[in-house]
Design a protein around this ligand. Sequence first.
Ligand code: ACO
Ligand code: PYR
Length: 549
Amino acid sequence: MTVDATDAVPGPAQGPDGPDDSFHVFDTTLRDGAQREGIHLTVADKLTIARYLDEYGVGFIEGGWPGANPRDTEFFARAPKEIDFKNAQLVAFGSTRRAGVPAQIDPQVKALLDSEAPVVTLVAKAHDRHVELALRTTLDENLAMIADTVGHLRERGRRVFVDCEHFFDGYQDNPAYATRVVRTAQEAGADVVVLCDTNGGMIPARIQAVVRTVAADTGARLGIHAQDDTGCAVANTLAAVDGGATHVQCTANGYGERVGNANLFPVVAALELKYGRRVLPEGALAETTRISHAIAEVVNLTPATHQPYVGTSAFAHKGGLHASAIKVDPDLYQHIDPELVGNTMRMLVSDMAGRASVELKGKELGYDLGGDRELVGRVVERVKEQELKGYTYEAADASFELLLRDEVHGGAAGAPRFFRAESWRTIVEQRPDGEQVNEATVKLWAKGERIVVTGEGNGPVDALDRALRAGLERIHPELARLNLVDYKVRILEGTQGTSSTTRVLLSMSDGGGEWTTVGVGDNVIAASWQALDDGYTYGLLRAGVPAHD
Ligand SMILES: CC(=O)SCCNC(=O)CCNC(=O)[C@H](O)C(C)(C)COP(=O)(O)OP(=O)(O)OC[C@H]1O[C@@H](n2cnc3c(N)ncnc32)[C@H](O)[C@@H]1OP(=O)(O)O
Ligand SMILES: CC(=O)C(=O)O
């Protein structure tokens, strides 16, 4: 469903004649995004991210601050040679000249020109207090610094955007001076004057009102740069668009200084889907989830599961009532079709599930349970009973599928399996010389054969895994492809006295996909055994091995 914002004017689509300059999507992941604590990008990382952003179709990529560090300088030297930009222009970031130093001889202004970027963003002070306290110069000299630097860059053929730092705080304290800063930048030749909520303390209504007033007072083309300190950066960015801004500065996944910046993906998705404004090339919106996750991979941060539009939970439904309506029409509990942004709907099965959740989850897994109310009811009951004991199926689809499979095959005896454990045991020996030996023995039945194997490992669970795998691999060589990729343990609060329960979630991969299983027990080894048993069973099912008992 598309909801048009009251004041928004849909812009023309980006046509075959080239990029439409009437609205700018400006990305600053490589500059402001890199200011996030914990992100450290190499030049190669920056080049990779720039390729993704260009592929996605942003109009401008702010690559960093040439001259501030060797890495950013190298990025500007390499990017034009190594990337065949299809959609984006490269932007160099820097500040206005130093107080009292002519722009012609200011080394960091020279570095901006030396970067050969066709576009330059200059950060300028717009708050009188900052001019006096941080720059330690006069209000007039600050205006001269802006005019001289913009003029100098314009004379040398650069397109210039001016980021008015602390604009909204400055406007609150001294609107006349903040407005003079905008006029000065505009008159000196800046194409866009970007109003920055640098401390991120603003809220949408204030942003919209100020942008609207400044646009009317100056006639300047305005942009918005919103930090997320109130959690309103995306809303503030859209409010600025409502107020008349036609240039939005964002970062992939909202990375940025302190808590971050306006997140590129929800901003772009809102512009396209809610405002009806085409800001990306044809087909690019459907790549949103892939691009978001790919960039997260490069910066080495796990993609946030609950991120709007692109998170794996963005279209995951847990409540039974939600599922029952979704069964009729997914629109009833979704604001958009997830495919529009390259995401997918998922059903979660838990103790909050009802029949509809189980039916839809079954369908997602390839089981048609539609007609069998009794069977579906049995699955719902079993899930609820199991979750009371500590199991969790929303995170362990593979264990849920095995439970479902058992019920489909008639319950009590369960579905045919590939092996059954007669017994297992582990020994942890602490030797006098400090060495620890972890050993496990597993006794199994598979294909009518009794198998007894031992394994040694780094810990008791590793030893158990090795023994089970060694025993099964003789019969099922397909298991050689399986790897344990994640293992999580959680101690659940005891329900009786001091007793507590251990839950293990274990993820395996066969190179083509990953699955997660759950085990619950009085201790970590018992819980791990169950998760391993389900993990290998599911792996064999995926490999298409016929089950046998
Ligand atoms: C809001 C933002 O996010 S803006 C971007 C912020 N990003 C960064 O700072 C990352 C890159 N920065 C750096 O590598 C370094 O800070 C550099 C290379 C830019 C400068 O380093 P240094 O020369 O050692 O100066 P330092 O960082 O201590 O201070 C910044 C100087 O710039 C001045 N300055 C700040 N804003 C401006 C401006 N808009 N115009 C001109 N000068 C400015 C400050 O007054 C200060 O001057 P001073 O050296 O006379 O005290
Ligand atoms: C320019 C910038 O990053 C800011 O004002 O927050």
